[in-house]
Write a protein that binds this ligand. Structure first.
Ligand code: ALA
Length: 586
């Protein structure tokens, strides 16, 4: 029996639980307290505060499976192993065990747990540079374990930081020989039959804003293993899209397009893009995000529209996004939020497909006209964006396919001048550091909790967070509400928050099971089956009213009197039924 996805995940988690690791939550795809990235990009991402020194409520040894999205990989999707959405298995030591134990566990997991023949493995190590020494120590450990094929690599064997600053370090990469040919004597980094299945990061450094590599307070092991790729490799399948994860969806696309996967490169690539993008869209929608021209909503729109364009390329008849979504919702039964949000997900997909198909054909004709001179200028790209709903990346891709040049800088200027603050589309977005955990963001984070509480109080409605983004300067909070708040309402909300601040209440942090948190009436992400403990932050008056009770990773201030005064600076709409508030503390 080949290994299934669930067996792979359970096998990994059980292995590390036996090694005294605690299973932590599969966190939301939308980073809770990180202004610099749109999505959770790795298992370590929600753990950054703990990697940087905060104590984790569940201890020093952690394990989980984490849903991730890497927008940087969208354009690479189409080959056998790139995905926008993927699941990452991870285990961590937060200042507990270090290289010896980590490498022994890694070896044991693969060779005993998953029965990988030692002879099919090669392991690579950091070759050393001006910032960090060559990792001979790890190489010795793996050699001792019986690994014959090793390599020393410079750039590849360094992981992080995820943004421009943050935790990083040399890594150990475990490669698997996927070919039926005999395993060569030596490891060759250029041989495509060596496929990386596991990355064990030895996080010792924190890269600072001025580019320095400071030693971290405590050393951290951060291991990541992608579910999709590992599953394919362990099953001896060379193409992730032919595993149980994608096969049902690929079959559906074959049915709808009356074309066979593998028939030629174009068809195969299109089917991979379609299934990858719709799967990612389903998971983003499950977070309550709607297609829009802003931030996560823009990425969602881009994914759905690109899938639609590729659907057109292979002549898929009729609206198909919903049909494919159903296949994934059924497959991922272990994510109950897909089921509970099913009607929202299907509805949004259908609306977006109908909306885009109204303009797609005309836009494509317009594109042909515009590109007669083999050039698309900024105004033209903007017209396609604005009037025909072409995400800029789509125009860029079309231009590339047709050998047409495109003026990106001009397009950005055009976008700015139309005050389309699509910050997602600006490159800078992904460049700044990972999580910022300054006092200022900590205060704004606590203020955001008070803001939800005040909105509920004033609007007399169940308000929930649909997105949040905090920088040291301001907080931004998206929530379910159909219209602009009146001036009076806005003032009442501000007053309510400020009255609470003046009460000088203590922020209480407790750890409890997710069920206890539910019973307590805590708000938060209940989208996962989860048996571990979570942190719950409560703001209340002793023996009296509870003003706020949320499942949250923190960090928060100790007493809300530290916050000062809240001022709402801006209100806007972000898609139907969702309002955005920006606020500062003065
Ligand atoms: N953080 C490492 C990765 O994302 C494990 O690959």
């Amino acid at each position: 029996m080949p290994l299934t996805r669930k067996e792979l995940i359970n096998g990994f988690i059980t292995f590390f639980k036996l090694k005294k690791h605690k299973q932590i939550i599969n966190a939301s795809l939308i980073p809770e307290n990180d202004p610099t990235v749109l999505f959770t990009t790795a298992g370590m991402h929600p753990l950054v505060p703990y990697i940087l020194g905060q104590d984790h409520p569940q201890g020093k040894r952690l394990v989980n499976v984490q849903k991730c999205i890497r927008t940087g990989d969208i354009d690479l999707v189409g080959d056998t192993y790139h995905h926008t959405f993927f699941e990452m298995l991870g285990n961590w030591s937060l200042g507990d065990y270090w290289k010896t134990e980590s490498h022994h566990d890694s070896f044991s997991l693969l060779t005993r747990g998953f029965k990988v023949p030692v002879d099919k493995l090669a392991v690579t190590f950091f070759a050393g540079d001006k910032n960090a020494p060559r990792d001979e120590e790890s190489a010795e450990i793996w050699k001792h374990l019986g690994i014959k094929r090793i390599g020393f690599v410079k750039d590849d064997n360094w992981w992080g930081p995820a943004g421009e600053t943050g935790p990083c370090g040399p890594d150990v990469e475990i490669m698997y020989w996927v070919s039926k040919m005999p395993v060569p004597e030596k490891y060759n980094p250029n041989d495509k039959n060596w496929v990386e299945i596991k990355t064990d990061v030895l996080m010792e450094y924190n890269k600072t804003k001025d580019g320095k590599f400071e030693s971290m307070k405590r050393k951290v092991i951060d291991v990541g293993m992608g579910v999709e790729r590992t599953l394919a490799v362990l099953q001896g399948i060379k193409d992730d899209y032919m595993t149980e994860i994608f096969k049902p969806a690929i079959k559906e696309v074959e049915y709808l397009s009356e074309k066979r996967y593998g028939f030629n490169q174009d068809i195969t690539k299109a089917m991979r893009i379609i299934t990858d993008h719709i799967r990612a869209a389903v998971f983003i929608l499950a977070e309550g995000i709607e297609p829009s021209n802003l931030e996560q909503g823009y990425v969602l729109r881009r994914l759905i529209r690109r899938a639609i364009r590729y659907g057109k390329k292979i002549n898929v008849e009729g609206n198909f996004c919903k049909k494919l979504a159903k296949v994934f919702i059924k497959y991922y039964g272990d994510y109950p939020n897909l089921r509970s949000k099913e009607s929202f997900i299907l509805d949004q997909l259908e609306k977006e497909e109908i909306r885009f198909k109204e303009t797609l054909d005309k836009g494509l004709k317009e594109f042909v006209k515009m590109s007669k001179d083999k050039k698309i200028d900024g105004k033209e790209a903007f017209l396609l964006y604005q009037s025909y709903g072409f995400p800029f990346e789509m125009t860029k891709e079309l231009a590339k396919e047709k050998g047409v040049s495109i003026n990106e800088e001009e397009f950005r200027k055009e976008l700015e001048s139309h005050k389309e603050l699509s910050r997602t589309a600006t490159k800078g977005r992904f460049k700044s550091g990972l999580a910022d955990h300054s006092d200022k963001t900590r205060k704004l984070h606590t203020a955001a909790h008070l803001l939800v509480s005040a909105l509920k109080y004033v609007l007399k409605q169940d308000i929930h967070q649909k997105g949040s983004n905090i920088t040291p300067e301001r907080l931004r909070f998206d929530f379910n509400f159909p219209r602009k708040l009146t001036e009076q309402e806005t003032e009442k909300v501000e007053n309510r928050v400020n009255d609470l601040i003046n009460k000088g209440l203590v922020v209480i942090k407790e750890e409890m099971s997710i069920n206890e948190a539910k019973k307590r009436g805590a708000h938060g992400d209940f989208s996962h089956k989860y048996s571990g403990k979570v942190s719950v932050y409560t703001i209340c008056e002793k023996g009296k009213d509870v003003y706020s009770c949320e499942i949250c990773a923190g960090p928060h201030v100790n007493n809300i009197k530290e916050l000062g005064t809240l001022k709402i600076t801006k209100q806007e709409s972000v898609g139907a039924g969702t309002r955005r508030i920006k606020a500062i503390l003065i």
